[in-house]
Design a protein around this ligand. Structure first.
Ligand code: ZN
Ligand code: ZN
Ligand code: ZN
Length: 172
């Protein structure tokens, strides 16, 4: 693995943040719960040749799945300028502009965090700290829409609201 800092990964983090990587870690790499494993079984195949082996990578820009070995992930990355992808087997970050795996401390820390949680959650459906949910609640609080929404008590359900739904709800 390359130890050089990749400028494309740095740019990706500035543009898109770390949320997509967290979700991919939770559902596909660490597989933190039973529903995560089901999702992985259903979704983790190459969209072009349908293989489930051959090093499936997920695009960190749009969560497209493609295999590494037959170049389908590469084809997607170059066609759409989605340089940064993640190997769902081990969470390693691959940059197609550099043509190499790259180390990044932020991604690495997330990987370690989810690995620990997956160990604790083995075989059970426990609630792990879901970062977007905390973020979502923060968004609701900041927009004073929290009280209105809490009346129908949906907030406890993970992923009940997508970001666009929240924007809609807080604008009511
Ligand atoms: Zn393929
Ligand atoms: Zn993509
Ligand atoms: Zn790069």
């Amino acid at each position: 693995m390359s130890t050089l800092l990749c400028e494309h990964v740095q740019k990706y983090k500035i543009d898109k943040g770390l949320t997509t990587y967290r979700i991919i870690q939770a559902y596909f790499v660490a597989c933190v719960s039973i529903s995560a494993r089901k999702k992985k079984a259903a979704d983790a195949y190459c969209r072009e040749c349908k293989t489930r082996g051959n090093r499936i990578h997920a695009c960190l820009s749009c969560v497209y799945f493609g295999c590494f070995d037959y170049g389908h992930m590469r084809k997607h990355a170059l066609a759409d300028n989605h340089d940064v992808s993640v190997d769902i087997k081990n969470g390693n970050i691959f940059c197609y502009k550099c043509g190499d795996y790259t180390y990044d401390e932020d991604f690495e820390n997330i990987a370690i965090q989810y690995k620990k949680q997956a160990g604790r959650a083995k075989g059970s459906e426990i609630n792990f700290p879901w970062e977007p949910k905390q973020y979502e609640i923060q968004v609701l609080k900041e927009n004073n829409g929290f009280k209105k929404i809490s009346e129908d008590s949906c907030i406890g359900n993970q992923l009940k609201f997508s970001c666009s739904q929240i924007k809609y709800l807080v604008s009511l």
